[in-house]
Design a protein around this ligand. Structure first.
Ligand SMILES: NC(=O)c1ccc[n+]([C@@H]2O[C@H](COP(=O)([O-])OP(=O)(O)OC[C@H]3O[C@@H](n4cnc5c(N)ncnc54)[C@H](O)[C@@H]3O)[C@@H](O)[C@H]2O)c1
Length: 259
């Protein structure tokens, strides 16, 4: 278990599966949390996280809006005095279609959250961390950061961009004692994935889990908490010499060409 006692950590997309599971791990490890989401469920999430005993503030904000991003950083500093860790995780899935048929406005929507939103979060949190003289950031990329996926062009392009931003930011701020990494989740079981699988496999969730789990060399899908534990480690001082890394949490999906 990492030690986050009294560290101030921002988690975006915290009303969603990976964000909430990670926030719960960080809360159990003693962090003071600012949980951010565009969804009004964020207040309920904060209430659940308070059950672990730590301080939690809920902030409703759109991560693609510059003023709101600056706002969630300012509110965190007002509440806790600093930002030690940042899980830059909010993202959207988007429509599936071949690139030559892809709706342009849907491309803009996906890129505005999954790339611009990640950039804005990095930008404003880095200003604060540079002032403090240190901190640690983890953004959420994807196995789609390393591969193409038919129909998923804008999502995959944005997630490739997250890795580029991570490596660049790590180089920019390494001398200031700030570490910047990202995780690349594979197929993680979330309510949204369950919904898609129920549709794809005529209501047979088990068949869907088996089929999508095949992508991993472990023959199963992952759980949100399995991403959260890696994020917690990367945010902690135990990862003190790890920066500029894109860390797959994918049950080995990227390590081979399955056949
Ligand atoms: N679930 C997977 O299999 C998987 C795989 C690879 C990467 N990811 C990435 O993990 C991250 C979390 O996804 P998840 O699976 O938990 O999905 P999710 O839909 O459960 O959670 C995403 C959260 O982000 C919030 N959000 C969306 N747009 C926002 C915005 N503009 N401003 C603020 N909040 C916003 C949503 O309200 C939601 O609560 C995303 O970046 C996603 O791309 C997920």
């Amino acid at each position: 278990m990492a030690d986050h006692k009294n560290r101030s950590i921002i988690v975006t997309g915290a009303a969603g599966s990976i964000g909430f599971a990670t926030a719960a791990i960080l809360a159990k490890e003693g962090a003071k949390l600012a949980v951010v989401d565009i969804s009004d469920k964020i207040e309920d999430c904060a209430e659940k996280l308070r059950a672990y005993g730590g301080e939690v503030i809920a902030i409703r904000a759109n991560c693609a809006d510059e003023a709101e991003v600056k706002g969630y950083v300012d509110q965190t500093v007002a509440a806790f005095g600093r930002v030690d860790g940042f899980f830059n995780n909010a993202g959207v899935e988007g429509a599936f279609a071949p690139l030559h048929e892809y709706p342009v406005e849907e491309f803009d929507r996906i890129v505005s959250v999954n790339l611009r939103g990640v950039f804005l979060g990095l930008r404003y949190v880095l200003i604060q961390m540079a002032k403090q003289g240190g901190g640690s950031i983890v953004s959420t990329a994807s196995i789609g950061s390393e591969r193409g996926l038919a129909g998923g062009g804008p999502y995959n392009a944005a997630k490739h961009g997250v890795v580029g931003l991570t490596k660049t930011a790590a180089a920019d701020v390494g001398p200031k004692g700030i570490r910047v990494n990202c995780v690349e989740p594979g197929v993680i079981q979330t309510p949204l994935l369950d919904e898609i699988m129920v549709q794809m496999f005529d209501g047979d969730l088990k068949a869907g889990l088996d089929k999508l789990g095949w992508v991993s060399v472990m023959n199963r899908v992952g759980q949100a908490s399995e991403v959260g534990h890696v994020v917690s480690f990367l945010l902690s001082d135990e990862a003190s010499f790890v920066t500029g890394v894109a860390w797959p949490v994918d049950g080995g999906a990227l390590c081979t060409i399955k056949h």
